[in-house]
Design a protein around this ligand. Structure first.
Ligand code: ZN
Ligand code: ZN
Length: 218
């Protein structure tokens, strides 16, 4: 799918392209921020714990994901979405080898207007094949984004956090009550959205929240 060579890994990727993906190495054990040493907490998670148990992200947001993810998200290249979901499923099998995995998936919602403009929610499209592969329920009607925040791109972290306070509302708590929920998004940047959505899920009765995404921005 990337170099047009023969796919030889059981996915639509050749071995060389698979190896060269920007795999995320040592990282914060809560928010997956790339760090020089594994198993530590980043400064932000130390001073202000994020509320979620951990972020599972196989990749850094770097080449070629910084073109594949926008191609999927803005130009509906669904094949790239499927490929990334497959790679995330493989990472999830590794991540939960020794620990209990979440019991249901909740995609991070877009605000109604933005979703109407884009025509689909990339987080839901990613979560669908993952839920199928792991045989877990996908709950799309749980969270709603009630605040149309301006694009977060280019804003300093503090401002993103301020923008996102009260950005989500839980409109149906039954599927998540007492459950360990996996919140699914495509890319985690400052973590402001997932922190805000995690808070909303916990307030609505979720037992625990973990975050699953394709890539983490350094
Ligand atoms: Zn290749
Ligand atoms: Zn952290």
């Amino acid at each position: 799918m990337l170099c047009l060579g023969a796919a030889d890994t059981g996915r639509e990727l050749c071995h060389a392209c698979h190896l060269e993906l920007p795999w995320l190495g040592s990282q914060c054990r809560m928010c997956a921020l790339p760090l020089p040493n594994d198993g530590q907490l980043c400064g932000q998670c130390q001073t202000s714990p994020p509320g979620f148990v951990r972020v599972v992200a196989p990749f850094r947001y770097a080449f070629p994901l910084d073109s594949l993810i926008p191609a999927f998200k803005y130009h509906r290249q669904y094949a790239f979405g499927r490929l990334m979901a497959e790679l995330l499923v493989e990472a999830l099998h590794d991540a939960y080898r020794d620990s209990p995995r979440p019991e249901c998936l909740v995609p991070l919602p877009l605000h109604g207007r933005r979703q109407a403009r884009r025509g689909f929610n990339q987080a839901t499209e990613l979560a669908r094949p993952i839920a199928r592969a792991l045989e877990l329920p996908l709950s799309t009607g749980v969270l709603r984004r009630v605040k149309a925040t301006a694009s977060q791109q280019g804003l300093p972290a503090a401002e993103r956090h301020r923008n996102l306070q009260g950005a989500f509302r839980c409109v149906r708590a039954a599927p998540i009550e007492g459950r360990h929920v996996a919140l699914v998004d495509d890319v985690v940047t400052t973590g402001a959205s997932i922190r805000s959505a995690t808070r909303t899920l916990l307030d609505a009765g979720a037992g625990q929240v973990s975050v699953w995404c394709i890539a983490r921005t350094p």
